[in-house]
Design a protein around this ligand. Structure first.
Ligand SMILES: Nc1nc2c(ncn2[C@@H]2O[C@H](COP(=O)(O)OP(=O)(O)O)[C@@H](O)[C@H]2O)c(=O)[nH]1
Ligand SMILES: [Mg+2]
Length: 261
């Protein structure tokens, strides 16, 4: 667990925002962040065509910009690489589209601070009905089905795998070879499969969700591709775990080398 980094000094908390055309919601998201619990905010602009970059600069965030649109996973790769470089002990991913409540940040990081978890997921299925909060029925059903399948394959009992509100300890990001993951939406699922395989402790905290016109939402086509890529991912993991054909993606980064002197 991430005890070593949090025990001795006040942990450095960095919020990372993977942004793509988030101009309409970035400021309201930023304003709601409890700034006394956060040391730094990093925003990675994934080739937005709106004013995301200008607003991020005005808000004086630590800003990185991609030369083109790589996708949601590609965006997170830059977020985490840069957060580690900045010396983060706890890293929180928060979507800049204001669908997840930034004020809950202290709850999200508490289990990591306390050394009780390596990863915390903000679950939309533990706080009333996600559909009543505006989640479309086909997303709700898809989420439920994929969650059941992922739980079954991984032997876990999570209420959802598809949330965009997540906190990680530094050690998680150092050990999981996330750079080998997809640049697309399935990145988040690959990450959780890797985390389970490497025995990291995952905790869930209830968070409400908001659906409103300005929020960014994966389309039906995107979501279908996402669903199919999760099936492929679970297949690959099955081959790795049950057939013992070892795939690099599911091995700890640290297991690849060690210091000898
Ligand atoms: N759709 C999309 N979102 C991106 C990309 N890069 C970063 N993001 C951010 O990732 C978040 C998640 O995507 P979103 O469309 O909201 O999916 P949702 O999780 O189904 O609501 C958004 O807040 C975007 O700002 C990208 O290439 N495509
Ligand atoms: Mg969204």
């Amino acid at each position: 667990m991430g005890l070593h980094s949090t025990e001795l000094h006040k942990p450095k908390v960095i919020v990372v925002m993977p942004a793509y055309n988030a101009a309409k919601t970035l400021k309201i998201t930023y304003d709601a962040i409890p700034h006394q619990t956060v040391d730094q905010i990093i925003l990675v602009d994934d080739g937005s065509t709106d004013k995301t970059l200008e607003i991020a600069r005005e808000l004086q965030l630590t800003v990185f910009v991609h030369t083109r649109n790589f996708g949601y996973g590609g965006n997170q790769k830059t977020c985490y690489t840069e957060a580690l470089k900045e010396g983060a002990d706890i890293i929180v991913m928060l979507h800049p589209d204001y669908q997840y409540d930034p004020t809950l940040l202290p709850d999200i990081i508490a289990p990591i601070k306390a050394g009780e978890a390596d990863i915390v997921l903000g679950s939309r299925f533990m706080s009333g009905s996600a559909m009543d909060q505006g989640m479309p029925w086909w997303k709700f059903l898809g989420n439920k089905f994929l969650t059941a399948l992922e739980n079954w394959t991984l032997g876990l009992n999570l209420s959802e795998y598809h949330t965009g509100y997540r906190a990680y300890s530094r050690r998680v990001l150092e050990e999981i070879p996330f750079s080998l993951n997809s640049d697309k939406f399935v990145f988040d699922q690959e990450f959780l499969v890797q985390a389970k395989h490497l025995d990291f402790v995952i905790k869930e905290v209830a968070v409400p969700t908001k659906y409103f016109p300005e929020a960014s939402n994966a389309s039906f086509v995107d979501s279908t591709i996402y669903g199919l890529s999760i099936l492929l991912l679970l297949g690959r993991y099955f081959i790795h775990n049950v057939c013992h054909v070892h795939l690099r993606q599911f091995q700890s980064f640290q297991a690849r080398y060690r210091r000898v002197q």
